[in-house]
Design a binder for this molecule. Structure first.
Ligand SMILES: [Zn+2]
Ligand SMILES: [Zn+2]
Length: 427
């Protein structure tokens, strides 16, 4: 369940913030622009070979930045994680970092482990939008079936109302930061594998602003932080029929940052496994238990409780099916999951599990004799010239099947495929 704590996707550092601030959308746009300008078809013949290499690199860069896992890997290990050399910047063709710098107009200098860093004295532009806050939201199948509105309290940073995000008192003047010379960023050397690389990181003295207020000039309300924490009740609506991976976006509800449009809070729905139902798209599947007596003689009862609490009743036998077999599948049209933005529903597949009596069932010999008389007779006897009566273990399983084969070739492998399912004979 959601708590205000888990709502807060705190960014661990300014470095990460710049990194995170390039939204997928921005990456996509930058990629398109870079890909268009470097497309081999767009350049004169003599530049084609170079353009082809560059075009490939742009695609590679895009692949890395667009895929979150790869992006993390890149941030941690540099290009070495991808070109097989194990060392940053050893790939064929142009340095991927140059491409990245071009794609982002030189503004990605603070991005994680970018070897080489930014040219000194160049301050990366601030993102126009504060970062989105993305998180998983677990939903039960019941809630996905019925739809749900969830309200929760969220704590977020909002622009300080006293100083309007300035951070200082009304007439106070901010002082230029001497640590970074007012740039807000500084160059540091960092070990990247075997290399020492220069990186541009935000100045810690001024928090990347290039200036700060002296303690007596700081805004009393936000203490110079420009933002204060505020509680807000948020509401998300999970439509009926929503599924795993669906996104629910609360526009502009992420932390506020001065001079920036607030980002979104984005929930990624995660479907919690259900003990009874299995979902595939709009269809549902469940197993129902039927006794041998019911399978043979019929029943009329609720076989399963649906996700909205309704009992699903079946009558058996039907005209076309007199006896139920183990593994037989009953399809109930229109009792699957709702389909978003429509009245249609998927189907419900019921998998019949015939429950045979267990050891506690101790019928008298007379009853057994009667059953034998009533039930269908076995197939004709198997004829053989010699016959051996053997002992056997009635409670075995197939775990050891093939395990003693020295070649190991016929070891038993689990196979979920039950083969063909029993079918009703048409009468
Ligand atoms: Zn303030
Ligand atoms: Zn500074």
């Amino acid at each position: 369940m959601i708590t205000p704590q888990c709502l807060k996707l705190r960014l661990t550092s300014m470095v990460l913030e710049i990194h995170k601030s390039a939204t997928k959308d921005e990456i996509r746009k930058a990629y398109r622009k870079a890909a268009l300008s470097s497309h081999p078809d767009k350049v004169p013949e003599e530049e084609r070979a170079t353009a082809e290499i560059k075009f490939k690199s742009v695609q590679e860069a895009y692949d890395i930045l667009y895929d979150e896992d790869k992006r993390n890997l890149y941030d941690t290990h540099g290009m070495g994680a991808f070109n097989g050399s194990g060392e940053p910047g050893m790939g064929a063709g142009p340095d991927i970092d140059d491409i990245l710098a071009q794609m982002f107009g030189g503004g990605m200098g603070g991005m994680g482990g970018m070897p080489g860093g930014m040219p000194g004295g160049h301050r990366p532009p601030k993102p126009r939008r504060s970062p989105n806050e993305e998180q998983k939201y677990e939903v039960s199948l019941e809630d996905l079936y019925k739809g749900k509105t969830v309200k929760f309290a969220s704590t977020k940073n909002v622009i300080c109302s006293l100083c309007q995000g300035k951070g200082g008192k009304e007439k106070a003047q901010a002082k230029k930061c001497s640590t970074c010379g007012g740039e807000g960023y500084k160059q540091v050397l960092r070990q990247m594998g075997q290399f020492l690389t220069q990186q541009t990181v935000p100045c810690t003295t001024c928090n990347g602003d290039g200036q700060f207020f002296s303690p007596k000039d700081k805004c009393k309300k936000c203490k110079g932080n420009k933002t204060v924490e505020a509680k807000k009740i948020l509401e998300i609506y999970i439509p009926r029929g929503a599924r795993e991976g669906d996104k629910i976006v609360l526009e502009g509800e992420a932390d506020q940052v001065p001079d920036q449009e607030p980002g979104d809070i984005i929930f990624h729905l995660v479907e919690i496994d259900h003990p009874t139902f299995e979902r595939a798209g709009a269809d549902l599947m469940a197993t129902i238990d039927v006794t041998v007596a019911e399978a043979l003689t019929g029943f009329s009862r609720v076989v399963i409780k649906h996700l909205d609490g309704r009992g699903i009743e079946l009558k058996h036998p039907t005209k076309s099916c007199g006896v139920l077999s183990h593994g037989q599948v009953l399809r109930v049209p229109g009792e699957g999951m709702p389909i978003k933005r429509s009245d249609a529903r998927g189907d419900l597949y019921l998998n019949v599990n015939i429950k045979f009596p267990d050891d506690k069932w101790k019928p008298s010999p007379a009853v057994l004799e009667k059953l034998k008389e009533m039930l269908p007779k076995p197939d004709p006897l198997i004829q053989a010239d010699t016959v051996d009566e053997v002992d056997y273990d009635p409670k075995s399983n197939l775990d050891a099947f093939g395990a003693n084969d020295p070649a190991g070739g016929s070891a038993w492998e689990d196979d979920d495929d039950e083969g063909e399912t029993a079918q009703c004979a048409t009468q």
